[in-house]
Design a protein around this ligand. Structure first.
Ligand code: C5P
Length: 249
């Protein structure tokens, strides 16, 4: 499938830089901000996950915002509906653009999260995490799910979409199907991106930046291929060049 021109409500996706999110999986703010400084002028988006958020609290979101970056807060909320709705409300005012909940939390939880997010139109857009990109069919089966990752991703995406959470996180291997289901205007945020030759690490369902964009990804999330590189800026430049060639015309 050729890549449609996805138009999210809040951000431009016109250039490769608009579509690359660097995952700041670091244990301290200084370590994260050192990488941010090294990528100044290249990266526009940073992702704050559990490791960094638990070390710094919400101040890291405000610091990144004050420096002009877009922030994806990837806390993958997964709890009872009342608790998740409260967490969405608590996170709404810090200036993040994107926030994740687990679709596996179920319909009432997704409805509560969507309702809490809708009450604050200036708050982050909610994304539903479908099946973790580290999981393969065997790991899924061990949790009691007999489906392939692809069919489970689609099942959870339909559940989340029906509950009002229309942006999704999936692996690059499910992008084409999910894009066909969601149409061109919904956000599809895609981790497990590996430039050719990069190790997969703990990820199971990987693909290259070009593959993910071709299949309809809106935004690509890249962590270790950049953060563990001797020259992170050079890796970002090379990923951006690959992405530039794969953007829809
Ligand atoms: O280092 P790597 O590129 O594998 O990092 C991927 C990032 O995307 C990590 O921060 C991880 O938490 C996040 N993520 C993921 N799979 C999901 C959702 C988020 O790998 N399904």
């Amino acid at each position: 499938m050729s890549s449609p021109a996805s138009i999210p409500p809040t951000q431009s996706l016109a250039t490769a830089r608009d579509r690359l999110i660097v995952a700041l999986d670091f244990p301290t703010a200084p370590a994260a901000l050192d990488l941010v400084a090294r990528l100044e002028g290249r990266a526009l988006w940073f992702k704050v996950g559990l490791e960094l958020y638990l070390a710094t609290g919400p101040s890291i979101i405000e610091i990144l915002r004050a420096r002009g970056f877009h922030v994806f807060v990837d806390l993958k909320l997964h709890d009872i509906p009342n608790t998740v709705a409260g967490a969405v409300r608590s996170l709404a005012s810090f200036g993040a653009s994107l926030l994740t909940v687990h679709a596996a939390g179920g319909r009432p939880m997704l409805l509560a999260a969507a309702e809490a997010a809708a009450r604050n139109p200036d708050g982050p857009e909610l994304l539903a995490v479908t099946v973790l990109t580290s999981m393969d069919a065997q790991q899924l089966a061990e949790t009691g799910v007999p489906n392939t990752p692809a069919s489970q991703v689609m099942r959870l995406a339909k559940l989340a979409h029906a509950a009002g959470v229309s942006g999704m996180v999936c692996s690059p291997q499910e992008c084409a199907h999910l894009r066909a289901y969601l149409g061109p205007y919904r956000l599809l945020v895609v981790p497990a991106i590996r430039p050719a030759g990069s190790p997969a690490d703990d990820q199971s369902r990987t693909a290259t930046p070009a593959h993910a964009l071709h299949d309809g990804a809106s935004l690509l999330v890249v962590g270790r291929p950049i953060t563990r590189a001797p020259n992170p800026a050079a890796v970002v430049d090379s990923i951006l060049a690959e992405m530039e060639h794969s953007l829809p015309v």
